[in-house]
Design a protein around this ligand. Structure first.
Ligand SMILES: NC(=O)c1ccc[n+]([C@@H]2O[C@H](COP(=O)([O-])OP(=O)(O)OC[C@H]3O[C@@H](n4cnc5c(N)ncnc54)[C@H](O)[C@@H]3O)[C@@H](O)[C@H]2O)c1
Length: 452
């Protein structure tokens, strides 16, 4: 298909979509951030994501993808316009719609004199009814055109996971297409059937715009619930001798009604989506007189889990005060440099509050971003050895492969007192016996041979 796709907003969602679509179609990205635009045109991704740099370079070299700050030239002749600007949390938990509103105004202006029927696809996560009441209404007002007649409007949620965003975009479990009219629906089905030539048609699902908006929130709320459930069970497991939460959740997850994914007990969920989306759903329910007791408990368990990790360190050391703590992992998950709502930030704050003498942290990708956020509140080191050197306790917060390779001998050789809090459960505890005192989430210390 000979198509032109425009993508408004080149963050994780926008740039990944743009780069993947550019392997087949002609793509123009727009962003208000000139620095990002320049980096993209130089074939450099503004953030780390596996496979993204090589695909971006391929697309830029073939002239299949360009970036600009000029929305009108970017939309000129477009068949589809994807909106993927941010929808961050406000203090109340509601989402900040200002970026979506501005993008809609700019799109309305840009399509005013366009003769082509363009489909405008909202991809930023928004509370149900927003696409119709704000995006569609704003574009209609500014362009003087009518949705369904002069242009199409749709909401297609994005489900990619940072750290495997390209892989997820290229091999989605499902495509949810929320539309209000047949033309937009059919054109989007054509696009997705062409792009995903191997996807079964039952996996491209059509529904109302508002149902599609709620699918996104329901999916993230459910995944967050699974994580909080696993963490609650992990806390219970820690008081029972001989129980390991990994075995328990594996045993539970093998039931095909449940599935083993997102059952990992650890530090709780973070990142740019789960906390923001669950809070937004809670806020939306409350403002409509519904008490979201389950979702509130999910958030509360998540906040308690980071405190629990610091409690584990305190129990192991007797006191945090004046101790040197090594932090292994800063990004909210492996394979990303993203620090938004990273549990590491909350754990570090809690350690500082409890009087830690010195905190030294490392991360394979997130140090520049962490330095921007934390400044000189902590120290940073280039590698695990420098990080744990002379430390009283090491806390594994992100399960990067680099940290899985640290042997008990290394901890024993470099640390002042080899105490490890394995908050991501990445080590083989038998190998640590007799060398390192290791405490893992969901596993009672001293209840296994050689532990603790
Ligand atoms: N990050 C994820 O893993 C993920 C996954 C699924 C859905 N989402 C949702 O997708 C949306 C985008 O998320 P993100 O993580 O990519 O955000 P982001 O903050 O990384 O990127 C947003 C981009 O939009 C740009 N922008 C803002 N206003 C603009 C405008 N008027 N015109 C052009 N560009 C503009 C910003 O400069 C920025 O580069 C959010 O609603 C988020 O909830 C994110």
């Amino acid at each position: 298909m000979d198509l032109k796709i425009s993508v408004v907003g080149t963050g994780y969602v926008g740039l990944v979509a743009a780069v993947c679509f550019a392997q087949k179609y002609s793509v123009v990205c727009v962003d208000t951030d000139r620095e990002k635009v320049d980096l993209i045109n130089s074939a450099i991704s503004p953030f780390f994501e596996p496979e993204l740099d090589s695909l971006l370079k391929k697309a830029v070299d073939r002239d299949a993808l360009t970036a600009t700050t000029e929305i009108s030239s970017a939309l000129d002749g477009a068949d589809f316009v994807f909106i993927s600007v941010g929808t961050p949390s406000l203090h109340s938990g509601a989402i900040d719609l200002s970026y979506v509103e501005t993008a809609a105004e700019q799109i309305g202006e840009a399509i005013k004199d366009m003769n082509k029927y363009v489909i405008i696809v909202q991809r930023s996560t928004v509370i149900p009814t927003t696409t119709r009441s704000i995006v569609k209404a704003t574009i209609e007002k500014l362009s003087g055109k009518s949705a369904g007649k002069d242009f199409g409007i749709a909401f297609v949620p994005e489900f990619l996971r940072e750290g495997s965003a390209v892989e997820d975009f290229l091999h989605p479990d499902r495509i949810i297409v929320g539309t209000q009219d047949e033309v937009a629906r059919n054109k989007l089905f054509e696009l997705y059937s062409d792009f995903y030539s191997e996807i079964s048609h039952e996996r491209i699902v059509s529904m109302s715009i508002e149902s599609a908006e709620l699918v996104k929130y329901a999916s993230n709320a459910f995944l967050a619930t699974k994580i909080s459930f696993a963490n609650e069970l992990a806390n219970i497991a820690e008081i029972i001798p001989g129980v390991d939460i990994g075995d328990v959740m594996n045993g539970v997850g093998l039931d095909h009604r449940i599935s083993p994914h997102f059952f990992g007990a650890g530090v709780g969920f973070g990142g740019s989506c789960f906390p923001k989306d669950v809070k937004a759903l809670i806020n939306f329910a409350r403002t409509n007189a519904i008490e979201p007791i389950l979702l509130e408990a999910v958030m509360e368990r998540n906040s308690m889990q980071v405190v629990h990790i610091v409690d584990m360190a305190e129990d192991a050391l007797g006191s945090i005060e004046d101790k040197k703590i090594a932090i292994l992992g800063l990004s909210f998950k492996p394979n990303t440099s993203d620090m938004r709502e990273a549990p590491s930030l909350k754990i570090i704050s809690e350690l500082i509050e409890r009087g830690a003498g010195e905190i030294v942290a490392t991360d394979p990708k997130a140090i520049p971003e962490a330095k921007r956020i934390l400044g000189d509140r902590i120290k940073f080191a280039e590698n695990p050895e420098q990080t744990i050197m002379g430390a009283d306790c090491a806390i594994v917060i992100t399960e990067w492969d680099e940290f899985k390779k640290i042997s008990p001998d290394i901890f024993e050789r470099y640390m002042r007192t080899p105490v490890v809090i394995d908050a991501r459960r990445i080590y083989d505890y038998e190998k640590f016996a007799g060398k390192v005192r290791i405490f893992a989430v969901g596993r009672r210390a001293n209840s296994f041979d050689g532990d603790g």
